[in-house]
Design a protein around this ligand. Structure first.
Ligand code: ADP
Ligand code: MG
Length: 744
């Protein structure tokens, strides 16, 4: 191992924290529990905030109303009880005067602070008659006279994430002892010229500034440097991956002519919208190049992504090549088959379906067609990824609903290209991806957006309603059913275990919201006190109703006499499909379901949706769900039933009623749940940001992205000698999740 402790106490970043003076086995064990083993890790354990320590003054110089600090001898103490609680009082005296101290609800201090002790206190005193009194001051017991530390200078003290076994002060001591010794070892991976241009401090200075700050400005500059680094590393990794993929893989160049275009469009039963045409233009440009397309198509539910994808697929078919579209569920795959099949009817294009539930014989037949090239288009599930599936000439791959798949599946389908070529990949998602996420997690993709819905859509309305109105809500549902329409009722999952998952998915623990300022300044939210830390904050809401209960309740009550069906994730595919077909055929009036219907299910006659216990769902999920209704020309209604409409959660739900714009909902979701919980982020495997806070560092993200692109343009593999450290650190952080192993 490097370093170790020699007689001169030489330590390195890789040395154990045990070698820091003052860190014994106990503290080392406590640090280990915080994930800190080496000195390098200790240095990277950053303060969450800083508190200002006032310079010490003599008691006679302490004035009311000003934050101040003083030391003296305790001359008297007492406890004053009041009911169960009580306050503790002490008198502090120095040569110049007297200061009264009082701590409320702190009778335990009686055992800690005794007459005769030396004490250093800080607080804001108030005038109390002739006396000056500090309420709830912070305090430090000083060692015996003669052994006392020097008078405190004004300074900013870092406050670290700590634990019961080791407190922030102890961590502070360890860092303060270690940092000066390893400062020279904190080599900067950024060239000096570049760093100066960006007005960033050197790496070692940045660490010193946040751990041992001289001023607020230093803290800001230090954190800015560390945040920039975090963003730059990520953006470099993304840019490098992208440029590497482009250079090392050849994609089939597809031919586009006016005739091809006309031919394809003849298949569509409608004129494409301007928004669709815009995206097609971008895709066509990509497909004509020999670099593989890697594009994300975003478009709200119902925006018409399918035909755009089909356009790309038909460009492959037009040249006698193949295209595949992969859906996250069988239901969705079958739906694509129907839609695409209807448009391809009577053409020479052969379309196949490949899912897990085919018989071995069926599967063999389809696989043969794909391998010999007689099948042109294939719709499938992840079954497409399985070993034995081979294509003769796969040119275009479409992946529907990205967030249900990971980056790795995207790569896996890629490999299916024939003869050393890499197919073009188009990923489509109805989950509006906020800019922050698009620029990070999906940062290696180009992005196209279908930003307008096809014409003739009626407005979709969303209402948040309390449970006391349940009868009215279902009364209205009955009316719509009597008018020949159909409805969905969505409820949380079917059993306790699934409830847990759902709960996690909903991601709305009260304490998360309490710690973030509510982004919408709704009057109702303002009076709710934040949950006290570690107390009831994590407490769960009452158990939500589940699908089975809702079904039973509706059958016996509100929807008695109507034809109800149920689908949920625990049913086998055949049973579920049977119910879905019956619903599509109008043999069922109301489909009671879990979020399995979130994605893609398309029944135009279903115009009403009621979401039970809607507080339990994430906003992105609710947005997806409501996209199921109002797909026909009739205009949809989505009712979000909430337990307690005065709760903070309903303020969160209010955004659903305010806007039908998926991007706004997504942005709100990020604000409420935090970046890490947004759909796609966790699945991606991207490491959590340590310093970066995207609600604060958005401009830094843009800067880092521009810098990274320019950098990689000039040095595609980061192979210059002066880039060695940068490359090493970048690969260490991002090599794995981005699959940069081959690069490294
Ligand atoms: P998405 O997958 O983006 O949610 P779809 O591709 O399923 O949306 O399209 C939603 C509905 O809109 C479908 O019924 C489709 O036939 C229809 N549609 C798509 N594009 C147009 C258009 N340009 N004009 C009219 N209807 C369209
Ligand atoms: Mg779709």
């Amino acid at each position: 191992m490097l370093g170790g402790v020699g007689s001169d106490g030489i330590i390195t970043l890789a040395s154990s924290v045990k070698e820091v003076p003052g860190v014994g086995p106990r503290r080392a064990a406590a640090l280990l529990e915080l994930g800190i083993k080496t000195i390098g890790q200790l240095i990277q354990h950053l303060p969450m905030r800083h508190e200002r320590l006032e310079a010490e003054s003599r008691i006679e110089d302490v004035v009311a109303g000003a934050n101040s600090s003083a030391r003296g001898t305790v001359t008297a103490t007492r406890v004053v009880r009041k009911g169960k609680q009580g306050r503790f009082e002490a008198v502090l005296v120095d040569d110049t005067g007297r200061l009264d101290l009082v701590w409320f609800n702190a009778t335990y201090l009686h055992d800690k602070i005794k007459p005769g002790m030396r004490l250093l206190v800080q607080g804001k005193p108030t005038q109390f008659g002739p006396l000056l009194r500090m309420t709830n001051p912070s305090h430090e017991v000083l060692p015996e006279l003669g052994d006392e530390p020097a008078a405190r200078q004004e300074r900013l003290r870092p406050v670290y994430p700590a634990s019961a076994a080791i407190n922030s002060r102890q961590i502070e001591e360890a860092v303060a002892a270690a940092l000066p010794r390893v400062m020279p070892l904190l080599h900067d991976h950024l060239p000096e010229g570049f760093r100066k241009q960006r007005e960033l401090p050197a790496l070692a200075d940045a660490y010193r500034s946040v751990h041992l700050p001289g001023s607020e400005a230093e803290i800001t500059a230090g954190f800015r440097r560390l945040a920039y680094d975090e963003l730059l590393m990520l953006q470099l990794a993304l840019a490098l991956k992208r440029s590497w993929t482009r250079r090392t893989s050849k994609a089939p160049m597809l031919r586009w002519t006016k005739a091809v275009d006309t031919h394809i469009r003849e298949r569509f039963p409608f004129e494409l919208t301007e928004a669709q045409d815009g995206v097609i233009k971008e895709i066509v440009a990509d497909l004509q190049r020999d670099e593989p397309m890697n594009r994300l198509m975003q478009g709200d539910v119902g925006s018409g992504k399918t035909v755009v994808a089909l356009y790309a697929m038909l460009m492959a078919a037009a040249g006698g090549q193949q295209a595949a579209i992969m859906a996250p569920t069988e239901t969705l795959a079958e739906q694509h088959l129907r839609t695409i099949g209807a448009m391809m009817k009577g053409s020479g294009v052969r379309l196949e379906l490949l899912t897990g539930s085919l018989t071995a014989a069926e599967r063999a037949g389809i696989k043969k067609g794909l391998a010999d090239g007689s099948a042109h288009l294939v719709v499938g599930t992840h079954a497409l990824l399985s070993e034995g599936v081979q294509f003769k000439d796969l040119a275009v791959v479409v992946i529907d609903e990205q967030h249900k798949f990971g980056v790795h599946q995207r790569m896996a389908l890629r490999e299916k290209g024939a003869g050393g070529t890499t197919p073009h990949v188009l990923v489509m998602t109805a989950t509006p991806i906020p800019r922050t996420v698009a620029m990070t997690v999906f940062g290696d993709l180009d992005v196209s957006v279908i930003d307008k819905l096809p014409p003739g859509r009626k407005k979709m309305i969303t209402r948040v309603v309390g449970y006391e109105k349940t009868a009215d809500v279902y009364g209205y549902v009955r009316q719509r059913i009597d008018g020949g329409e159909q409805a969905y009722v969505v409820a949380p999952a079917i059993d306790a275990k699934v409830d847990e998952e759902l709960w996690e998915d909903a991601g709305e623990l009260p304490d998360t919201e309490a710690t973030k300022a509510p982004p919408l300044s709704l009057a109702e939210t303002r009076d709710i006190p934040p949950a006290p830390p570690g107390s009831g904050g994590e407490k769960k809401l009452p158990r939500p109703v589940n699908v089975a209960e809702v079904l039973a309740r509706l059958e016996a009550g509100e929807l008695k006499g109507k034809r109800l069906g149920v689908v949920h994730g625990r049913m086998n595919a055949a049973a579920r499909d049977a119910v879905m077909s019956a619903f599509r055929a109008g043999k069922i009036d109301v489909l009671v379901a879990t979020t399995v219907i979130e994605v893609g299910v398309d029944v135009p006659n279903a115009t009403v949706m009621v979401v039970e216990d809607s507080d339990r769902f994430g906003l992105a999920t609710l947005h997806q769900l409501r996209g199921r209704v109002g797909r026909g020309g009739k205009g949809g209604l989505c009712v979000l039933l909430a337990r307690d409409t005065t709760m903070r959660s309903s303020a969160r739900l209010a955004v659903m009623a305010e806007t039908s714009d998926g991007f706004k909902v997504a942005q709100r979701d990020v604000e409420v749940r935090g970046f890490g919980d947004v759909i796609g982020v966790r699945q991606s495997g991207m490491p959590q940001f340590k310093v970066v806070d995207l609600s604060r560092d958005m401009d830094l993200l843009g800067q880092a992205r521009r810098d990274a692109h320019k950098w990689i343009e000039g040095s595609p593999m980061l192979e210059k000698p002066e880039e060695k450290l940068l490359r090493q650190r970048m690969l260490k952080q991002h090599g794995k999740w981005l699959g940069l192993a081959d690069v490294g």
